[in-house]
Design a protein around this ligand. Structure first.
Ligand code: E4P
Length: 221
């Protein structure tokens, strides 16, 4: 499977890339805007932080297919291995088809239904990103949406992967992976929560205390 961080915080990516087995970094316009940096400055810094083999994703802003294709080409010229995120609208589907012909890999984003994700996959997207928490927040069932999309892609478009997005808890992420979906992107706080639980620190402290009581030190020497 592939685990991504959903952020444009370069310092945090540098720190967490040392710890987490990440495949790369996903961004969106809100995330880049929050970084306070120009997208053309922050993308090379993120790429450096994740290394050459790390996969980077960035999104177009235009509403028209032609504008999306032009922006995707600009992104791809600047960052040759980038995967371009295209919102799955009618114009977005057209852009995904055109970019497939150009050999520029895309991720269909802002996916709120399995049908929408399936169309993006059929149009030629390499990844599709259902928004788990946002679907839940609308009264839908985000995990069910992922499950349906995963099954549809396995049956009909196996070259396209579900890269599930929009998580607020580790539980949502695990439930999503249990559907068989092969890739997820986590915001920094959720990634941290997967590791940091107070009980872990308490357990280690108790081991140290017991060892120290018996041997007068907290190392193996
Ligand atoms: C990914 O494609 C999305 O941009 C992102 O994960 C959305 O997450 P949010 O719902 O937490 O903003």
């Amino acid at each position: 499977m592939e685990l991504y961080l959903d952020t444009a915080n370069v310092a945090e990516v540098e720190r967490l890339a040392r710890i987490f087995p990440i495949a790369g970094v996903t961004t969106n316009p809100s995330i880049v805007a929050a970084s306070g940096e120009s997208i053309w400055e922050v993308l090379p810094r993120l790429q450096k932080a994740i290394g050459e083999e790390g996969v980077l994703f960035a999104q177009t802003m235009s509403r028209s297919a032609q504008g999306m294709v032009e922006e995707a080409k600009r992104l791809s010229n600047a960052m040759p291995d980038i995967v371009v995120k295209i919102p799955v609208t009618a114009e977005g589907l057209s852009a995904i088809k055109l970019l497939k012909k150009e050999g520029i890999p895309t991720l269909g984003t802002a996916v709120y239904s399995a049908a929408q994700g399936l169309l993006a996959a059929l149009a030629g997207a390499k990844y599709v990103a259902p928004y788990v928490n946002r679907v839940d927040a609308q009264g839908g069932d985000g995990i069910r949406t992922v499950q349906e999309l995963q099954t549809l892609l396995e049956l009909h478009v196996p070259r396209c992967k579900v890269l599930a997005a929009s998580f607020k808890t580790p539980r949502q992420a695990l439930d999503c992976l249990l559907t068989g979906c092969e890739a997820i992107t986590l915001p920094l706080d959720v990634a941290q929560q997967m590791l940091n639980t107070p009980a872990v620190e308490a357990a280690i402290e108790k081991f140290e205390q017991d060892w120290n009581n018996a041997f007068g030190s907290i190392n193996l020497a």
